[in-house]
Design a protein around this ligand. Structure first.
Ligand SMILES: *[C@@H]1O[C@H](CO)[C@@H](O)[C@H](O)[C@H]1NC(C)=O
Ligand SMILES: *[C@@H]1O[C@H](CO)[C@@H](O)[C@H](O)[C@H]1NC(C)=O
Ligand SMILES: *[C@@H]1O[C@H](CO)[C@@H](O)[C@H](O)[C@H]1NC(C)=O
Ligand SMILES: *[C@@H]1O[C@H](CO)[C@@H](O)[C@H](O)[C@H]1NC(C)=O
Ligand SMILES: *[C@@H]1O[C@H](CO)[C@@H](O)[C@H](O)[C@H]1NC(C)=O
Ligand SMILES: *[C@@H]1O[C@H](CO)[C@@H](O)[C@H](O)[C@H]1NC(C)=O
Ligand SMILES: *[C@@H]1O[C@H](CO)[C@@H](O)[C@H](O)[C@H]1NC(C)=O
Ligand SMILES: *[C@@H]1O[C@H](CO)[C@@H](O)[C@H](O)[C@H]1NC(C)=O
Length: 461
């Protein structure tokens, strides 16, 4: 059984289908009086190329064709064609580049922008009836490579607005801008002209540097400019002084460097305690002494924006801190004793901190520090207080630790002599003895059972 809805096999077509095809053909038979039309091939033509005004459905009884430039048949006849004699007659509007074909089509060679426009074809039949059809030529120039101009080559950040123009201006051209930068073209500070040919950047910033590219397009060509970069003048921003260290020891070399974001690059100078010192980006003072302490000012200036910015750094040159010494009232302690640790230093203007086993000491309620942190009292002492103590003196630029002082804490003898009370020891001794007795009994019992069993084997069989 074949499926009912299956297609016919073996190339045979059912006669019903043939009938339908025939009736469709009858319906589709185009009317004999089809509309005459004129079509430009190609639709848009580039200047210098050839273009054909193609005539479709030219009536069979055509006796004469006349092509005119413009929308009417007045005066501006280009060419006439007499069908019977196949004769071509040029009119006043013939430029020498137009050719008419027997099928009515008109070829333009080497077209110019001036060829753009409407053309009228008048068809005269053998009974002197006339029909007019119009067609249209669209001629576009090949676009030159565009370039970008700016009305301000060195705009100043946050001061100037810049107008960028895509050159040259050509008719029937669409313009498109693109920019690769941190600011987007959608930014509110950017404004396109109605024809998109100019781009205004309001209150330009250093992020608007670009580069910008403009692209041009018409139906026959497109162009793309070289990237255009704006030289936005900006800065200087507040300078940064490196390295960040502020404290030095005498004899060190002071080597300061200053940097400020700026276009054009900033000019730098240094002032020490307000007095001009050097007109360089870097300041080098070897073998500094305490007298070199003071305020160091970097001045950055931009001679294009006429702006200055300064940053001040305070440098302190001081002798390295002397090591403090730590003394304990007693280092071998018993629980419930008290101990006083004293940190002594010759340095002035330093703060004192305490370390326990190398870590910052966590004060418990049993510990008290003197007002200036120089003495630490522990009362009462506990076993967990045993360990290594250190004190550390520091100022903002330096620090120094004392040697270790080790505190040992022993048990309180009045409370216990060893880890276990006498009763527990007695218990253990009795327990061990009892265990030994049980094991001995077990061994003896097993031995007796074993020898007993063997005796049984000898007796039974
Ligand atoms: C008319 O003749 C020209 C030249 O032979 C040809 O290029 C064109 O395709 C013809 N047009 C039609 C509609 O047949
Ligand atoms: C096309 O026309 C231009 C001027 O309109 C002329 O300079 C050029 O030589 C012409 N080219 C050809 C191939 O006829
Ligand atoms: C450039 O054009 C912008 C926007 O029209 C305008 O604000 C600015 O003053 C112009 N700059 C110069 C130097 O002409
Ligand atoms: C080209 O531009 C001109 C002048 O702006 C205009 O008259 C013409 O219609 C335009 N052509 C096309 C094809 O858009
Ligand atoms: C201008 O460019 C925008 C996109 O950037 C586009 O939507 C608009 O149609 C363009 N206008 C003209 C006149 O080309
Ligand atoms: C430039 O862009 C950066 C990163 O988006 C931003 O941090 C900075 O503030 C912008 N500068 C200006 C002057 O707009
Ligand atoms: C650094 O200066 C001190 C005193 O100002 C001097 O004694 C020492 O020799 C100098 N050292 C160097 C390396 O110049
Ligand atoms: C530091 O300055 C004082 C007074 O200005 C001066 O007496 C002293 O010699 C200076 N010391 C050094 C090492 O330059």
């Amino acid at each position: 059984m074949e499926p009912l809805s299956g297609p016919p096999r073996g190339g045979r077509v059912p006669w019903q289908d043939l009938l339908l095809a025939v009736s469709l053909l009858t319906l589709w038979n185009p009317p004999t009086t089809a509309q005459v039309t004129v079509e430009s091939v190609p639709l848009s033509a580039a200047e210098g190329k050839d273009v054909l005004l193609q005539v479709h459905n030219l009536p069979g009884d055509t006796a004469r064709l006349d092509w005119f430039k413009g929308a009417t048949t007045e005066n501006r006849r280009i060419v006439s064609y007499i069908v019977d004699t196949q004769k071509t007659v040029s009119g006043p509007a013939h430029s020498g580049r137009e050719t008419v074909y027997p099928n009515g089509s008109l070829l333009f060679q080497n077209i110019t922008l001036n060829d753009t426009g409407v053309y009228t074809l008048e068809i005269t039949n053998r009974t002197y009836d006339r029909v007019q059809v119009t067609g249209q030529l669209h001629v576009f120039a090949e676009l030159p490579k565009p370039h970008i101009t700016s009305n301000n080559s060195d705009p100043v950040e946050n001061v100037d607005s810049v107008l960028l123009t895509c050159e040259p201006q050509t008719q029937n051209t669409s313009y498109l801008w693109s920019v690769s930068s941190k600011s987007r073209l959608a930014s509110t500070r950017l404004e396109l002209s109605l024809d998109n040919r100019t781009l205004t950047i309001h209150g330009v910033t250093r992020n608007d540097t670009g580069p910008y590219v403009c692209a041009t397009r018409n139906p026959v060509s497109d162009g793309r400019s070289d990237p255009f970069t704006l030289n936005v003048l900006y800065g200087p921003d507040a300078p940064t002084i490196s390295p960040s260290d502020s404290y030095y020891h005498p004899g060190a070399n002071l080597n300061l460097s200053c940097h400020a974001a700026s276009n054009p690059p900033a000019q730098y100078s240094w002032l020490i305690n307000g007095r001009p010192q050097s007109y360089t980006q870097e300041l080098f003072i070897p073998n500094i002494t305490a007298n070199d302490s003071g305020s160091y000012t970097c001045l950055a200036s931009n001679n294009a924006t006429h702006l200055n910015k300064t940053t001040v750094k305070t440098i302190t040159v001081s002798e390295p801190l002397a090591q403090p010494s730590l003394h304990a009232s007693n280092t071998t302690l018993t629980e419930d004793d008290s101990v006083v640790l004293t940190c002594s230093t010759n340095n002035t203007g330093v703060s004192i901190g305490w370390l326990f086993n190398g870590q910052s000491l966590k004060l418990t309620e049993r510990m008290t520090l003197s007002q200036d942190n120089s003495t630490l009292t522990i009362h009462p002492v506990r076993k967990e207080d045993a360990g290594d103590y250190q004190c550390e003196v520091s100022n903002p630029g330096d620090s120094s630790k004392s040697d270790l002082v080790r505190l040992a804490v022993k048990d309180d003898l009045t409370q216990s002599s060893s880890g276990l009370p006498p009763g527990a020891i007695a218990g253990i001794v009795i327990g061990v003895l009892a265990g030994v007795a049980v094991i001995a009994a077990l061994v003896y019992f097993l031995f007796i059972r074993k020898t007993g069993g063997m005796k049984k084997l000898h007796i039974l069989p």
